[in-house]
Design a protein around this ligand. Structure first.
Ligand SMILES: Cc1cc2nc3c(=O)[nH]c(=O)nc-3n(C[C@H](O)[C@H](O)[C@H](O)COP(=O)(O)OP(=O)(O)OC[C@H]3O[C@@H](n4cnc5c(N)ncnc54)[C@H](O)[C@@H]3O)c2cc1C
Length: 381
């Protein structure tokens, strides 16, 4: 087996890593203070192709496969996690439904502006009464003439406050249960759609989320994405690939935390010697490295499986569960290695510690990932 990434991907990874660690991190304080991503960073990200990672070249994107996208997500993960979250919510779950299920007309209408970063995308399934239990959403879409009328509320929707397009999952055939779900391409400017106030979060500043309310919202019938009554499994398929991306982003964040921890341990002296000479500190660094290597091998394997057209439902959950739990362990150790500095806002440890916590919750909590893994295991026997 050859785990070496192709040369062009390694080069792209190097550029994105440099952008994440230098350009994005240089604006981290500003993002934290204002809870906004500066427009110059959006422009730079667009020039680097970050908004068009999964969009085919014919629509102005970079057209990377899953392995390539995840290599970029890992590099991006080394910088401010709110910025990485905003980009990946767009490039991953915001875009993949349209790329996979869209008609040529739908793709032509939206993808070029999405690839250029002019139209930021998001994905909306979660509702106040159905988070983990996403099969029980209540948002209804009823056809009247050549329009679907949507009623319901989605919440915690990433990018909603800045989005030009949302892939919204709604019930079209209640009698079919979870098989009666469909996906719609919804512009927040469509009549009857409104976006609530920006959520106040623990971390991931700059990655804005909000409620999206549909009050007799009018969505043109031509904006139905994929077949009518697509079903829960297919709709959730949009999230499966997102989970692999989260595993890759987690790996990048871990790598950055380890690099910062090693530098700190070698530079900081106590008892007349660098703290890196203490075995207790070395063990923390070694455990961090084990978590990074295992997470990286996992996302690489699952991304490769996606590119081979294999069913990765179980393995995407394995990768997401492992990498996000590993990231929490690594973030905790990084704060410990740094000592008091790790708790202060002027070093990145504290920010990563807060920011990483979300990754064990969204796109399916760790518990839900374990239910998917076990359910699939048991079905297969
Ligand atoms: C900042 C942020 C951004 C988000 N972005 C998006 C987005 O862009 N689009 C979108 O659609 N959603 C988004 N979400 C929603 C996210 O996916 C949900 O919050 C998540 O799936 C968990 O749902 P919940 O919050 O309702 O928690 P709940 O489902 O209420 O879960 C609470 C706890 O119960 C556990 N639990 C629930 N059911 C079970 C079970 N059967 N067995 C064992 N344990 C269980 C959970 O694991 C968790 O620990 C976002 C959330 C946040 C916080």
């Amino acid at each position: 087996m050859d785990f070496t990434l192709p040369a062009d991907l390694r080069e792209m990874q190097t550029h994105i890593r440099h952008f994440a660690i230098h350009d994005v991190e240089a604006r981290a304080h500003e993002i934290e203070e204002t809870n906004r991503v500066p427009p110059e960073l959006i422009r730079q990200a667009a020039e680097l192709g970050l908004f068009g990672l999964s969009i085919p070249e014919e629509y102005g994107g970079v057209g990377l496969g899953m392995l390539g996208r995840c290599a970029v997500y890992e590099a991006l993960g080394q910088g401010h996690m709110g910025f990485g979250g905003m980009v990946s919510a767009h490039a991953s779950i915001g875009t993949s439904g349209l790329v996979k299920l869209g008609t040529p007309e739908q793709k032509q209408k939206y993808l070029p502006r999405m690839a250029s970063g002019e139209c930021i995308a998001g994905f909306a399934i979660t509702e106040p009464s159905s988070g983990s239990d996403a099969a029980n959403i209540r948002t209804r879409a009823e056809k009247r003439g050549d329009t679907y009328i949507l009623n319901g509320t989605k919440h915690y929707i990433s990018n909603a406050p800045i989005a030009g397009l949302l892939t919204v999952i709604a019930i079209t055939a209640p009698e079919k249960g979870s098989k009666g779900m469909s996906a719609f391409l919804v512009e927040p400017s469509m009549p009857g759609v409104s976006v609530g106030k920006i959520d106040e979060k623990m971390g991931q500043k700059g990655a804005l989320s909000a409620e999206v309310i549909f009050d007799n919202a009018e969505v043109p019938a031509e904006n139905l994405l994929g077949p009518l009554d697509l079903g829960y499994r297919e709709a959730l398929g949009i999230l499966t690939n997102g989970r692999v991306g989260i595993a890759a982003r987690s790996t990048g964040a871990m790598q950055r935390l380890l690099d910062l921890s090693v530098a700190h341990a070698q530079g900081r002296e106590q008892f007349g010697q660098p703290i890196s000479s203490f075995q207790a500190v070395q063990f923390m660094l070694a455990e961090m490295e084990v978590d990074i290597q295992t997470s990286r091998v996992l996302w690489q394997k699952v991304a490769w499986m996606v590119d081979q057209g294999q069913d990765v439902r179980r393995m995407a959950s394995v990768a997401k569960y492992h990498a996000t739990e590993a990231l929490s362990r690594v973030a905790d150790k990084a704060v410990q290695v740094a000592g008091g500095v790790g708790y202060m806002k002027d070093a990145p440890f504290e920010r990563f510690y807060r920011d990483q916590r979300l990754l064990r919750i969204y796109e399916g909590t760790s518990e839900i990932q374990k239910l998917i893994i076990a359910g699939d295991l048991l079905r297969a026997r």
